[in-house]
Design a protein around this ligand. Sequence first.
Ligand code: HQG
Length: 180
Amino acid sequence: MEHAQLVKISKRMSKALRHEPARAGLTLDAAGWVPVAEFLAAMHLDRATLDAVVAGNDKQRFAVAVGADGIERIRANQGHSIPVELGLEESQPPEMLFHGTAAASLSSILATGLNRGGRHHVHLSPDTATAARVGARRGGATVILTVLAGDMARGGHPFYRSQNGVWLTDEVPPEFIRTP
Ligand code: HQG
């Protein structure tokens, strides 16, 4: 299957597993999982396509796992806007993390800090290349902010790392943000 087609399906899967499961006729459990068989039927996907999307995903957006009950389930690793308890363990971040965003948002961010908006957390990248890619999603001029994550953690702000390497925190106050 062509790359563009896989990306399209990945976006459809993200929408159902992160934002609007009911619209796809799905009910996720408290941790965001849904049985793979149910998911395939609701999304009109075959297993080979699902496997190709999950394995080939540039950001490892999805996890497939067999539960204690022997049932195979799928969930999104992060990025939800619906309430799910991902069960992430608090984790010690590196000294610096990065956030790519629109240059037009800079003054607002420096005034109020980074807010999680509709998502569960503020998303931070482990390196500038990843942050640049995140910022470029917005189009227009982008800026890469440095977040003093080590200082934040020592100041009592909890950090979590999703299964696919995205760093998550509740908010980043302006004093922990450095511009280029
Ligand atoms: C901005 C993608 C003004 C923030 C990516 C961002 C990521 C503010 C936007 C993941 C602000 C929210 C998340 C403030 C924050 N004033 N703007 N005070 N505080 N913002 O999409 O971090 O492909 O919810 O800078 O790769 O861009 O979905 O967050 O531009 O990992 O897997 O508000 O989404 O992953 O946008 O991206 P988003 P994000 P997936």
